[in-house]
Ligand binder design. Structure first.
Ligand code: ADP
Length: 402
């Protein structure tokens, strides 16, 4: 079965085509600057040369049509006909409480995703555009949705409720949802497979640290707590997001600086985090370079980032009454030996001991960086949200066929 995975943003559309007989990637690519001048389509067929095409693509349906043209192109294509695509899997950020797992797209499912626009105004509307665009171009195949929030729907009430009037939960669904669920699910499962141990017997802390960053406590294979909240702003210090702060700061700053709701939201999401502390960059590579060069602002940014991350690891070890495995993933987690070492060298009280040489090894495969003596297995597991979406899509399509 061939499955096309779609991840649509407001001006972008990412795609990846899988042959699920061996889970190989046939092609992948990206359309950027949709709705702007000079949109760019980058198409990477496996085993063939990458192509880039610049044209004006005004909306997602045209972007999708261009992608399909590339997939069947005589020179750059990987399919003889688009009829070879058996199903399409879509990434949607927010599934609210309605979606506890991935789902086959129906009219009712689309209405529910629209009802969730309020909760995820930046993320769900573009996902809907991606779904409409793909359905218009591929009307005869099943489409599925895989939600970033679904994996965290197993959290107990004590972890997902905020200590504020309950009416806000009842009326407005104010609660912790958590994000990056597809990634946390994928890396925790892959970690258990790597260790050849049943996931049901493990207490795992998954650290998805990229531009956005979140930690999850995975106990017996399910998410029991996660650091992002009702929105992706809560928790760790991120590239441009503040993570946790005293909520009273928000009205205080709004009052002092005469900021609107949008302005304060933008300040906390786009102008905070590593970028704000360093004053120079949101990219961890620049921060660690600055830290190594002894630059004070970058050093402070690095120390605050590592400290917050370490505190959350401690919190989740406490939440689960122990930890067997710590997994690092995403841009920083997979690539920054410096961040991993800095965090782990302060977790000796948990019995964490990493091998500094193993920690420096670069590889695209899951790997162990802890020593044989370490009481906690520390792994680096490259995330693969697209593969997880393709696997879920395959399962749903097979189940729907009975
Ligand atoms: P997103 O959250 O956008 O999916 P990624 O998971 O791709 O982000 O992570 C992107 C981030 O990973 C970059 O902003 C950069 O900070 C970080 N990163 C990538 N490579 C390295 C590296 N070698 N060392 C440190 N950080 C890195």
């Amino acid at each position: 079965m061939k499955i096309l995975v779609i991840n649509a943003g407001s001006s972008s559309l990412k795609y990846q085509l899988y042959d699920m007989t061996d889970e190989s990637v046939l092609a992948k690519g990206l359309v950027e600057r949709i709705g702007m001048d000079s949109s760019i389509l980058t198409h990477k067929p496996t085993g063939k040369e990458e192509v880039t095409e610049v044209s004006d693509i005004l909306e997602h349906t045209t972007a999708m049509r261009k992608v399909l043209e590339k997939l069947v192109d005589k020179t750059h294509g990987v399919l003889n006909s688009i009829d070879e695509i058996d199903a399409v899997g879509h990434r949607v950020v927010h599934g609210g409480e309605a979606f506890k797992s991935s789902a086959l797209i129906t009219g009712e499912v689309k209405s529910e995703i629209r009802r969730l626009f309020d909760l995820a105004p930046l993320h769900n509307p573009p996902s809907m555009m991606g779904i409409s665009a793909a359905e218009a171009n591929l009307p005869n195949v099943p489409h599925t949705v895989v939600f970033d929030t679904a994996f965290h729907q197993t959290m107990p009430e004590k972890a997902y409720l905020y200590a504020i009037p309950k009416v806000l939960y009842k009326k407005h669904k104010v609660r912790r949802y958590g994000f990056h669920g597809t990634s946390h699910a994928y890396v925790s499962k892959t970690a258990a497979e790597f260790l050849q141990r049943p996931i049901e017997d493990l207490k795992i802390i998954t650290c998805h640290i990229g531009n956005g960053a979140s930690l999850t406590a995975v106990k017996d294979g399910i998410s029991v707590d996660t650091s992002m909240g009702m929105t992706p702003l809560e928790g760790l210090i991120m590239g441009t997001r503040s993570g946790d702060l005293d909520p009273a700061i928000v009205p205080y700053v709004m009052n002092k600086e005469e900021l609107t709701m949008n302005e304060v939201n933008s300040m906390l999401n786009k102008h905070s985090g590593l970028l704000a502390i360093s004053g120079s960059s949101s990219d961890m590579r620049d921060i660690t370079d600055g830290w190594e060069a002894g630059k004070p602002n970058e050093t402070l940014a690095f120390e605050m980032y590592e400290y917050r991350l370490r505190k959350y690891i401690g919190a989740y070890a406490a939440a689960m009454n122990g930890v067997d495995v710590i997994v690092f993933t995403a841009g920083v987690g997979e690539n920054s030996a410096i961040v991993r070492e800095a965090v782990c060298q302060n977790l000796t009280y948990l019995g964490v001991e990493i091998d500094k040489e193993l920690n420096k090894v670069r590889s695209g495969d899951p790997r162990r960086i802890s020593t044989p003596n370490s009481k906690v297995e520390v792994l680096v597991v490259p995330t693969n949200e697209e593969l997880m979406i393709a696997r879920d899509t395959l399962r749903i399509v097979q189940e729907s066929k009975g």
